[in-house]
Design a protein around this ligand. Structure first.
Ligand SMILES: [Zn+2]
Ligand SMILES: [Zn+2]
Length: 204
């Protein structure tokens, strides 16, 4: 892609910004050890029906929180300062749009690419790379119930406000299959689609 990428919505040039996403796990040797050790310690220290806080819970949290930070995904993506649009390129699509750990959901990157190839619906804007009309798709999503109800996932990681347990929604986005890029007209849409707790169920 050329050095200057223009926002598809016509705002002007977009900027590469590096962000750390706490809701997406990535492998980091130290972070993964902290994260898992913290989880295990918390899980083993919680006593049902006890009012006293087990010190293991506190120590677990002290390991878990930096673990979450260190093992979260860092990517550099194109963002528009004017309209809050985001473009994900190939590498970020692969890193951010994964399946779930239990294999109950579809791989999001694969789903999105297949849906874009099959789409007959044109998007609103032209691809900022090749200049052809982008394709439009709707992605059916569910919030993984596990992430919502799990007591060991603290509020700092899970700030999903308007979702009830197991809720569904659809995210609309445009993309160019030839240039392998996705355009989100709002960065919030990209955040929702990317986070580990949001899945594309296999039955959809
Ligand atoms: Zn824009
Ligand atoms: Zn293109």
């Amino acid at each position: 892609m050329s050095a200057e990428v223009q926002c598809p919505a016509g705002c002007g040039s977009m900027e590469y910004k590096t962000t750390r996403n706490l809701k997406i796990r990535a492998f980091d040797p130290l972070g993964t050890v902290f994260y898992l050790a913290g989880l295990i310690l918390i899980a083993n220290s919680i006593e049902v029906g006890s009012d006293e806080t087990n010190p293991g819970v506190i120590i677990g949290a002290l390991l878990f929180i930096p673990g979450v930070y260190l093992s979260s995904l860092v990517t550099t993506d194109l963002r528009c300062n004017n309209c809050a649009g985001v473009i994900l390129e190939s590498k970020s699509i692969d890193q951010k749009l994964k399946g779930d750990a239990l294999g109950l959901a579809l791989n999001k990157a694969k789903y999105v690419r297949e849906a874009l190839s099959a789409s007959k619906q044109e998007g609103e804007y032209n691809c900022p790379d090749c200049g052809k009309k982008m394709s439009h798709i709707s992605v059916p999503l569910e919030e993984e119930v596990l992430h919502r109800s799990n007591i060991v996932v603290p509020d700092v990681v899970d700030d999903i406000q308007n979702w009830t347990s197991g809720a569904s929604r659809t995210i609309d986005l445009d993309g160019c299959i030839e240039c392998d890029l996705l355009w989100f007209d709002k960065d919030k849409k990209e955040e929702v689609l990317s986070r580990d707790g949001t899945i594309i169920p296999k039955h959809s």
